[in-house]
Every structure is written in C-alpha cells, then in structure tokens.
Write a protein that binds this ligand. Structure first.
Ligand code: ADP
Length: 652
C-alpha cells in the first residue's frame, strides 16, 4: 500500500482544538457519499451536490491512494470494524490536502454496501496562493495563514445548525460550538467547566436512561444516535437529536464527538400528529357506525370494532388487509349481493363520487351505507364507507305508518258511518210520517182507517227499531256486555221458525231448505241465534236484488252443526272478504244508495257465534253469489236431555 506523500510546498497543519468534526456519511456499491457536513463542504470547497454525484470519490482522492481507500471502505462496510486511512485529496480550488479519515460502520452489510460515517482530519494542505505581502517574513506569512484558517474553521463550526461538541473519555465537554449558548442559554464555558454539565441539565425523566445508553454505545465503540430532552437556562424543555461518533484507540474509546440538533419543533409536530391520530381513533371507536377505509387498490387502511361487529368479520380476514377478500365475505350476507357489488365497483371507478345506499341483509337487518372519497390535499387516496344499522328505526317508522293508516281508516270509517247512520235512520221516517198522517186524517174525518197504512207504518217502526237495536248491540259488544241466555235450543226448530217468518217477505225469491234427520241441539241463547240466521237471510235477500234461490242448509259435521245460507246475488270482491265481519264495514260493490245498512249485522253475528264456541265465514265470488256459513258445537243426546256446555259465559 503506497503511503501518502506530502507534496512539495505542503505543510503539516496542526488540528485546532475544538474544531468542528468534518463528517460524511456514505455507502452502497460503488461507494457514494450520501451526506456531508457543512464544515467538510467548507473545508474542501466542493459543493454538497458534487459530493453526492456518482464517481466523486474517484475525483476527490489522489489516483495513487484510491485503491487503498476503496479497500478500507469496503472492509469497514463489510465487517463493521473501524479503520483509519490516510490519503491525498484535491480541493475545489485544486489544492492538494492530506487527510486522515476515520471510518466507522453505521450499518455493515455482507456485500460491502453498508453505511459508513467518515470523520475527516485535515493533516496538511498546500498553501492557498496568498498575495505576497511586502516586507513579511516567511514565518509571519505562515502564522497569518494559520490564523486565517483557524478563523475560518471557527466560523464554519459556529454556522452549523446544531451544537457541535466533543468530550474526553470521562464524558466531560472539551469543546462546544457557539450554537450551544444560542440554543440552551448557558455560556459555552459552563459546558466545558462543569464536569457533569450534560447530566445535570438533562430532563429528569431522561436522566434514567440517556447517559446509560450513551456510555454503553461509547464503551462498545459504536457510533449512535438518540433523542432526549435538556432543560434550557430559561426553563424551556428542548428536544435534541444527538448524532455521536466514537474516536477509539486500541479498542477503547478516547473521545466522543457529535452534533446535537434541536428537534423540539419536529417533536411537537409529531406529538400533535399522535394526539390527532389518537383523537381520531377514539372517535372512530366510539361511533355507533361501522367504518372502514380502503385505499384505491382495495387495501384496508383502517376500520373500527363496530364495522367488524356489524358484518361479523373474523379478525384474521381483516388482518390480511385484503379489501377484495373482505367484499367477497360481505356479499353473501346481502339480499342482492350483485347489485351492491356493481355499485362498489362503480364507486371505485369514479373515485370522487359520494354515495348513499340502503343495504338489505338476508337476516332482515337494514343497513344504510354512506361513502365518500378520502383525500390527501387534492389527491384522492382512498374511500371511506360507513354503515349504520337502521333496522329498529325502519321498523318503528313502518309501525308508525301502519298506526297512522289505521287511525286514518278509523276516522274514515267513523265519518262514513255517521253519514250512513243518519241516512239509514232518516229513511224510514218519511214513509212513517206519511202513513201516520193518512191515518190521522182518516181518523179525524171519522172515515175508516185502512189497515195497510197501519201495517206499513209499523214496518217502518220495526226497521227503525232494528237499526237502533243493532247500534245498541254493537255498543254492548264493544263494552263486553252482550249477555246471552243459556237454554236448550233445537236448531231445527229455530230454523223452521225463522224461515216461516221470512217466507212471505219476498215474492221474487225462492227459499229452499235442507236439514238432517237427527235433531241438532245445543245450549245457548235462542233469540240471539235466531238473530244470526235472520241477519244472514235478510242479507241474502237484500244482496240478491234480482231474485233467485236462497238455500238454507242445516247439517251435522261431527260435534258441530253447520248452517249455510247461499244466495245467487252480487257476491263479494275477494279483497273485501277479510274485512266483512268488521264493525261498520260495507263492501265496495254494495253502495248505500242501492243497499241500505249500517255494516253492523255481520259484526254482531260473528260475536254471537263466537260466544257460542262457533265460527263464521263466507265463500263468495263477485256476480255469482255468496254462501255464509257458521258452525256451532252441538250435544250428542236427543232433544230435551241437554246439559249446558262449558263455553257459554256464565254457564255452570
Ligand atoms: P249491512 O247492514 O250493510 O248489510 P252487514 O254487516 O250485514 O251490514 O253486512 C256487511 C257488508 O257485507 C254489507 O254491506 C255487504 O257489502 C256485504 N254483504 C253481506 N251479506 C252479503 C251477501 N249475502 N251478498 C253480498 N254481500 C253481502
């Protein structure tokens, strides 16, 4: 290995005490400089960009020294062992300088591409062309040159934006740059005079670890970097990042050198950022909505626990961060996965779009999904989806709407009823009045009173009292006060009587009747059961205005008697049948103008039949006629041997 040679006219330059370390950081294959300290830039004159350029090492180092330098560089980069190499280099103004470079590995790598830090010492340099000073001796010129170089160095060190420092092996500062005073407010002399200056002014909770960390690294001759706090003279807490190199000799360290950089602002910004992130996290976790954020490549960025819960997603799936796999897992939970998937694809294709959708789950839940782009400045970097379970709200809303509809319907029914009731109650009054007037005129004139006027007047009174009875029965049923007698009833006899009363009513209708050979008897309220039959028969007559056969059938079906009244009348629309037995209900095809009635008869019939333990229903087709049927539980025994059945209220 060729020794570096001092060129002609070069002089040894003693290193000034407390000079700023001339540092660089480099690495890679072929080796390149990555960072160079401003002091080194200043010392050799090459601009920082020139240092970082490819092949700069070859331009900097004297060709005869180059191979040896590269060799040492690679060894240190590979093994991590510190080495010092001396070499000749060329400054920007073409002077030749002799340097000693201590190489320390930051991160060794087996292939020799590891990171190094170089600490440069200027051993000698060829003089700068100095204008000859008249009358100055050679010695004076050298002294002047040295003083100037010293000044320049100090200026350089003090210009570094950080505290350049050096300690001896007992960690006492032997040098600190002027920045120390500016940054922390203590005079530079205090740093070097007080033996434990650093320790004393460390922030209390950092005293526990920072010195121990530094001592360990130093004794292991490791360059190191760490962040800690110091308390400034005015009480401020200053965050520092300390980049330390270790100067060692024979395996044990002799000095420490470093730069402390003020990172208070940076730490504050970082703390603010962490606080913001934690606030966002807390907000995300406390919201009732499930939230997930994915980037534009469908990678899951973040999500909250509610999201996982809403979609019942296993943690291992979320851990994969694979948005596509997640979507495939969520799809089958929906009623219409294809439509939802198509919409999501659409949203990814149009990143700026916002969207609102309602998703129906197979399990009946309803989720609202809101989605909007995630922006970083002006760039869209992803998409946020938030899900809200609105099942309960929607159900409550539907229930409210149903109740409202029912209330409206009840009002409509009441209004209809009032107009129908007043019409129905008024209708018999006019003929009644006319007949009574005729009777009165005849009576007062001493003329004979025609019987048919009295009969017609009576018929209107019967009609009126029928309507009033229906109203009274209805209010009794409503109040639960419809009382029934318990007496033995023969259904055959009852039917005979009802038919006998009704037979003369309509000449246009034919009444047919069929009954079984055996007696059908039960315990119940005879007149109320007759009321049911009369009502069904009157309806059959009324709603078959063109006449036709009305067929009454009495039959036994096991323990039940079944009574049917069939007509060939107007029938009942299919959608109305379910409501037929409701209070005040009148089918659409039976206008009040054509068919009188309060819509109460069937309501009363149902109540009576059900109170006898029976059931009533209708089979009908519009235009074809209707068959009303009801069943009643009957006794097995013959007429007259009856015990009261248990279903009748008050029976014992
Ligand atoms: P109304 O006094 O109006 O006849 P009901 O309660 O007896 O009251 O009957 C309710 C409604 O049922 C009637 O308005 C009519 O629309 C329908 N209806 C009842 N019986 C028949 C029938 N035999 N044929 C067709 N429609 C009927």
């Amino acid at each position: 290995m060729a020794e570096p040679q001092s060129g002609e006219g070069k002089r040894e330059e003693p290193e000034p005490a407390g000079a700023a370390p001339l540092l660089w950081v480099g690495g890679g294959l072929p080796p390149r400089f990555r960072w160079v300290s401003p002091s080194l830039v200043q010392a050799l004159g090459h601009a920082p960009e020139a240092w970082k350029a490819r092949g700069f090492l070859q331009r900097l180092v004297h060709p005869e020294d180059l191979e040896r330098v590269l060799d040492t560089w690679r060894t240190v980069a590979r093994t991590g062992e510190a080495r010092t190499v001396e070499l000749r280099a060329t400054t920007a103004d073409e002077r030749s300088v002799r340097l000693s470079v201590e190489l320390n590995a930051i991160e060794p790598a087996a292939d020799g591409a590891g990171e190094l830090v170089g600490t440069v010492r200027l051993l000698a340099s060829s003089p700068r062309p100095v204008p000859p000073a008249a009358g100055m001796s050679d010695l004076e010129k050298v002294a002047q040159e040295l003083a100037r170089a010293q000044r320049e160095r100090e200026e350089l060190i003090n210009a570094v934006d950080g505290i350049v420092w050096e300690t001896d092996a007992s960690f006492r500062f032997t040098f600190v740059s002027q920045q120390a005073e500016r940054l922390l407010g203590y005079p530079v002399q205090q740093w070097t005079r007080e033996p434990d200056f650093w320790l004393k002014h460390l922030y209390p909770s950092d005293q526990d670890w920072a010195p121990a960390f530094c001592i360990k690294a130093a004794t292991e001759c490791r360059p190191h970097e760490f962040d800690y706090r110091m308390v400034a003279a005015d009480g401020r807490v200053v965050w520092l990042r300390d980049l330390v190199t270790v100067v060692s000799e024979g395996g044990s360290f002799r000095k420490l050198r470093g730069i402390m950089v003020d990172i208070t602002e940076q730490r504050r910004a970082q703390e603010n950022l962490e606080r913001t992130v934690s606030a966002l996290r807390a907000t995300l976790d406390s919201t009732a909505d499930g939230v997930i954020v994915v980037d534009r490549d469908w990678r899951i960025t973040t999500f909250n626990a509610r999201f996982q819960e809403l979609w019942n997603i296993p943690s291992r799936l979320l851990d994969t961060r694979d948005g596509r796999a997640l979507s495939a897992y969520m799809g089958p939970q929906l009623k219409d996965p294809e439509q939802v998937r198509a919409r999501v694809l659409e949203l990814f294709a149009a990143p700026e779009q916002e969207s609102f959708e309602v998703l129906e789950h197979l399990d009946g839940r309803i989720l609202e999904r809101y989605s909007r782009p995630q922006r970083l400045g002006d760039t869209i970097i992803g998409r946020v989806f938030s899900y809200r379970d609105v099942t309960a709200q929607r159900r409550a809303q539907a229930e409210r709407e149903r109740l409202l509809r029912e209330a409206e319907e009840a009002i409509r029914v009441r209004d209809d009823f009032l107009s129908i009731a007043s019409h129905e109650l008024k209708t018999p009054l006019t003929p009644l009045k006319l007949h009574l007037q005729v009777l009165k005129q005849r009576g007062s004139a001493g003329q004979p009173v025609p019987l048919h006027h009295a009969e017609k007047a009576l018929a209107q009174v019967v009609r009126l009292s029928g309507l009033i009875n229906d109203l009274l029965d209805t209010s009794r049923i409503q109040a639960g006060r419809l009382e029934l007698r318990h007496e033995p009833v023969s259904l055959r006899e009852l039917t005979h009587e009802v038919l006998a009363d009704l037979r003369p009513v309509s000449p246009h209708h034919t009444l047919e009747y069929e009954e079984p050979g055996e007696p059908l008897t039960l315990h119940g309220d005879r007149s109320r059961l007759a009321q049911v039959l009369v009502n069904l028969l009157e309806n059959a007559l009324k709603y078959s205005p063109t006449g036709g056969t009305i067929r009454v059938t009495l039959e036994r079906q096991g323990a039940l008697a079944r009574v049917s009244v069939a007509d060939r009348g107007i029938g009942i629309p299919a959608d109305q049948k379910a409501h037929l037995f409701e209070r005040f209900f009148r089918a659409r095809n039976a206008p009040i103008s054509g068919f009188g009635g309060l819509g109460l008869g069937l309501y009363i019939c149902r109540d009576i039949v059900e109170h006898h333990g029976g059931h009533i229903w209708v089979e009908s087709e519009v235009g074809q006629g209707s068959t009303f049927r009801f069943t009643l539980p009957v006794e097995d025994g013959a007429d007259g041997a009856l015990a009261p059945p248990a279903h009748l209220p008050g029976s014992s």
